[in-house]
Design a protein around this ligand. Structure first.
Ligand code: HEM
Length: 175
């Protein structure tokens, strides 16, 4: 009888690929973080809305124009970078990375940028001078540099891969 014989479990090349497993873990992380950040920065939008609704001078007076500008930028960049995390997570399984190290690096840069950029804008609006943001704004260029590196790495891997999922069982092997 053959019922209980130990048979090897045949898996597709893609399932056995360790880089693929890393990719799935990282995609899950960005997906969760993206929705979390979206909740946080949409909530910030609701707070700004309330500051308008209650006509709070500390936010709306011309003397605090910098604060309003900074917090609006924090809300806008935070929201959009949260969507970028979700887009990255959604695209990741379609474009296998060759290097797990580069993937970790891109993921780290992308997550850090999504925190540093909006946080820098937000802090820049606290304790600001008449026409200038406070020193918290220095986080913004740092976040921007990380974002550029992350996007550069993602583009590099995507172009190297030719934009086609060659691990897919439905596609012929590349020549
Ligand atoms: C995907 C969702 C959203 C995106 C991409 C987004 C993006 C933006 C952007 C780009 C601005 C700046 C507009 C400008 O300077 O002309 C802004 C401002 C604003 N947003 Fe949002 N937003 C979103 C959702 C929300 C939600 C859900 C709320 C409130 C519940 C909100 C409240 C505000 C307020 C009050 C401002 C103006 C702040 C001010 O000028 O004092 N936003 N948003």
């Amino acid at each position: 009888m053959t019922c209980c014989a130990e048979e090897p479990i045949l898996m597709s090349a893609s399932t056995n690929d360790p880089t693929r497993a890393v990719q799935q873990t990282i995609a899950n992380r960005h997906y969760a973080v993206g929705w979390l950040l979206l909740l946080i920065f949409l909530s910030l939008g609701a707070v700004l809305e309330s500051l308008h609704g209650f006509k709070i001078g500390w936010y709306l007076d011309p003397a605090h124009q910098v604060r309003r500008e900074m917090w609006r930028l924090a809300h806008a960049h935070g929201t959009l970078l949260a969507l970028v995390q979700i887009a990255f997570a959604a695209g990741l399984p379609r474009f296998p990375w060759r290097s797990a190290r580069r993937l970790y690096l891109a993921s780290f840069f992308l997550l850090d940028a999504a925190v540093l950029l909006p946080l820098g804008f937000f802090l820049g609006g606290i304790g600001h001078a008449e026409g200038d943001p406070s020193y918290g704004i220095l986080l913004v260029p740092l976040g921007a540099v990380l974002l550029f590196f992350a996007v550069g790495l993602i583009l590099w891997e995507t172009l190297r891969f030719g934009g086609v999922d060659r691990h897919s069982d439905n596609l012929p092997p590349s020549s």
